[in-house]
Design a protein around this ligand. Structure first.
Ligand code: USQ
Length: 390
């Protein structure tokens, strides 16, 4: 297939480009380098150095003989995006081109406004470009489990059937975000559902949990092909952060009581999930929603795992319960359903001690480059301290 990947320079974007390319598909990758530039501005660059996207594609081509077409540009620029759609006529578009960080969206008004503008306009532009260039193009959109929040009932896969006063109907599962970033993902879903109903486009919306890991079969082929591995408070996800903290002899930053439960998945499984969604597309006029996680953990459980593996590897890992900078439930019920992708053929890579050891071993190689100042800055959700860093 011809596949267009928006946000191709990201933690998920670049490995996804290689994953599809390796399997014989024509890949076009687009990125505006937002995250790269923001990480420089906030002094929180990824642990492992990553060449820019054009250079990465050249290295990939040299190793594999396979070409990934790269364009540096912004999905919120409609003229640019439409030109790409008309030139390549993609069968599938994967939308990762969003501001992906909850803390970033909470720093101040400017970053909140940027998050709203970037995430919603990029989604809108994709919908319009699909309408103009190829109405059959399958949109695969990265949503987030955070759209659902932590309700006191089981979380279904996207939809909920409601019986009300003797009548029945199916609705999007109730959503309640815990950051402005997560709110934009809810708004994306609403917008896509509107255009699915109105124009008959086809969309798969993937409700993904926090991703961890650094390794994929393709990335492991050359040190310059690694994904952007962030461990800082702004762009790093919790498990990746904990491993770096353990290696840096920095007490693990468990926020509050640590009873916050989320659904997690390995980076390798994100690749599988997106691939399975793309190769088994949904029909026109349908919004298909999958919960893209493979297992659930509390923050305390993750910290305990990192402690156990770290101590076995000779580190002296300590856990620090710090005041939670976020507003979230620290003890709650959590029972999401996540069978849809398993039914499509997902073979999960679970969080075993071996898997964690692999992340430790990689991080150890770059131990000297850990920027301790980036680990915790305390970007607060509370209204009293809106300025944060930056
Ligand atoms: N947490 C800590 N200590 C830390 C960092 C995080 O206790 O040092 C806690 C958070 O308070 C939260 C949980 O760990 O309860 C997960 O936090 P996270 O930073 O790994 O994930 P989050 O901010 O929710 O966002 C990440 C990705 C985002 C994706 C989301 C999926 O950055 O792009 O959408 O995971 S989900 O969390 O399911 O909404």
């Amino acid at each position: 297939m011809r596949i267009l990947i928006l946000g191709a320079d990201g933690y998920l974007g670049w490995p996804t480009c290689m994953y599809f390319s390796q399997r014989g598909h024509d890949v076009v990758g687009i990125d505006n380098y937002f995250r790269r530039n923001a990480a420089i501005a906030l002094d929180c660059e990824p642990l492992l150095p990553t060449p820019n996207l054009i250079q990465r594609a050249k290295i990939w081509e040299k190793i594999t003989g396979k070409r990934i077409n790269i364009h540096v540009g912004d999905a919120t620029n409609y003229a640019f995006l439409l030109k790409i759609f008309k030139e390549y006529k993609p069968d599938t578009v994967v939308h990762y081109a969003e501001q992906p960080s909850a803390p970033y969206s909470m720093i101040n008004q400017e970053k909140a406004a940027f998050t709203l503008q970037n995430n919603l306009i990029s989604t809108l532009n994709i919908v319009y470009a699909v309408k103009e260039a190829n109405r059959d193009c399958h949109i695969i959109k990265l949503g987030t489990m955070g759209e659902y929040g932590t309700p006191n009932i089981d979380i279904e896969e996207g939809w909920l059937e409601i019986n009300h006063k003797g009548k029945k109907d199916k609705f999007l599962f109730p959503r309640q975000a815990s950051s402005l970033y997560h709110t934009t993902k809810i708004q994306d879903t609403d917008m896509l559902w509107f255009y699915v109903r109105t124009w008959g486009i086809r969309v798969t919306d993937l409700m993904q949990g926090p991703v961890y890991g650094i390794s994929t079969d393709e990335a492991d082929r050359d040190s310059q092909l690694v994904p952007n591995f962030h461990y800082d408070e702004v762009f790093g996800t919790v498990l990746n952060r904990f491993v770096v903290q353990a290696v840096a002899n920095y007490p693990l930053t468990v926020y509050g009581k640590g009873g916050q439960i989320r659904g997690y998945l390995n980076l390798k499984d994100t690749m599988q999930c997106v691939y399975l969604s793309a190769t088994q597309p949904v029909k026109n006029g349908e919004l298909r929603i999958f919960n893209q996680v493979t297992e659930t953990f509390s923050v305390n459980e993750l910290a305990d795992k990192v402690c156990a593996v770290g101590n076995k590897l000779g580190y002296n890992v300590n856990i620090n319960h710090i005041e939670n900078p976020r507003k979230e439930k620290e003890e709650h019920y959590y029972n999401p359903k996540y069978t849809g992708l398993l039914e499509l053929g997902l073979k999960p890579n679970y969080l075993t001690d071996d898997e964690l050891t692999g992340i430790f071993r990689k991080v150890e190689q770059y131990k000297d480059q850990i920027n301790r100042d980036a680990i915790f800055r305390g970007i607060k959700w509370s209204a009293e301290t809106l300025s944060g860093t930056a």
